[in-house]
Design a protein around this ligand. Sequence first.
Ligand SMILES: NC(=O)c1ccc[n+]([C@@H]2O[C@H](COP(=O)([O-])OP(=O)(O)OC[C@H]3O[C@@H](n4cnc5c(N)ncnc54)[C@H](OP(=O)(O)O)[C@@H]3O)[C@@H](O)[C@H]2O)c1
Length: 336
Amino acid sequence: MKPLAIQARACLRGLLLLTCVLQLGACASLTQPGPADRQAIAGKTFVVTGASSGIGRAVAHELAASGANIVLAARRAEVLDEVAGEVRRVGGTPLVVVTDVSRAQEMERLAQAAIGHFGRIDVWINNAGVGALGRFEDVPARDHARVIDVNVNGVIYGSHAALRQFIAQGRGTLVNISSVQGQIPTPYQSSYAASKAAVLGLGRALNQELRLARRDRIRVVTVLPWAVDTPFFEHAANYTGRAARSIAYDDPTMVARAIVWVSLHPRDEFPVGWKAGGAYAGHNLLPALTERVAADVEHATQIESGPPAPPTSGNLHQPVRGGATVEGGLRSHSAR
Ligand SMILES: NC(=O)c1ccc[n+]([C@@H]2O[C@H](COP(=O)([O-])OP(=O)(O)OC[C@H]3O[C@@H](n4cnc5c(N)ncnc54)[C@H](OP(=O)(O)O)[C@@H]3O)[C@@H](O)[C@H]2O)c1
């Protein structure tokens, strides 16, 4: 191909990418629940895994303010009781079910508790997740395996329980939290990226199954957030030798509102906000370049700079006391 034609094609792709980013930026503000959505939430039953901190806790707050029934699942019983108190105070009805999502029987028990208490499940949000940072060979194999147990098997068990109930009810929405990493894998988070790609693949396969079975009142949404300012980075296993970091964190409340919104307006894949939307669109147009740029940024942020930190398996194998808030305090730290 002639050089001029190659340049023209590159310009066109760049222009397309820019247009997508601008449009997604404009759309971001439209993906928050409005008054009609809040009415639709009242009295509906939502199961939220990973409700003890970060995005899950923020989702519980959002739903509670609209009068939802919320089944709160995670491992830290005392923190879930605290979240239940917050839910009650603003008008929601909570049910705490202490659950380790990597255990099939506990996930089945979670579904049965929700149905036994509220009679049905309208939306099931598989949000619980863990991460492990470090060069692939430096992260212990049991930590990689645990990331898959929680992030993939946990989502499979949750999706299985939810879909069986939705089929019995004739309707329902399953929301699985993946990540931009599911679409654009970056180095030093290999098993995490693999787990989030698995969640994305699961959603694509399930939506095709539902289409073929003509179950059009049952939907599976895969959500792809950008980096979010939650305790996730404090909780993650970390063998990089540096404190866990990312860049340009999103507000967890904005992300939680978008998750609540999409549970009422389902679509197959939902990158949250303009950064995730831009990266997702960019990857569809220029996958190799997007992955290379993301990898270079990750290397510079996580490996070449940042304060030293000792190795830790974080909250992978058992819950930790710290980081039970919605926010991780990372944006104020980055600003400083
Ligand atoms: N923060 C980000 O930058 C970001 C970006 C994209 C996607 N995400 C995804 O968003 C989701 C929520 O993460 P977050 O940012 O809110 O982090 P977080 O504050 O660490 O929340 C993770 C939640 O998962 C729960 N959890 C962990 N292991 C569990 C297990 N085995 N069984 C049950 N619950 C378990 C934790 O509670 P317990 O310890 O009490 O069990 C906690 O409630 C995750 O799937 C994450 O991968 C996060």
